[in-house]
Design a protein around this ligand. Sequence first.
Ligand SMILES: [Cu+2]
Length: 123
Amino acid sequence: MKLSNSFTVVLNILFTLLVITSPLPLGATNDITTHRIVIHEGKVKGEQTLKFNQGTSINIEIKSDKNMELHVHGYDIKLDLKAGITAKLSFDAQVAGRFSVTRHDAHGNDSHGALFYIEIYPQ
Ligand SMILES: [Cu+2]
């Protein structure tokens, strides 16, 4: 038991070193980073295009000042946002492309165009 515990510790240290020393791929952001999106009065403040490499994990924290449903097109992921509460959008970047994230109205239809874009670069 003690032996397997220290083995796990060593593995964790090795993995951490591997992650820390991995070079940042060109043209895409570091996949360890959690991105933050703030929606104020129906608009995204700051960066409106988030870039990732194919094969990485996407983690985005999203906070809105109003209740709304978000829709990630292409991946067809829906996320319910409650006003003032940070929600997490997490998925694996399996398919490359540029995907719009829209807001859906009460009827489930797109409204107000794209809030932001997720760009996934082929690897
Ligand atoms: Cu939609």
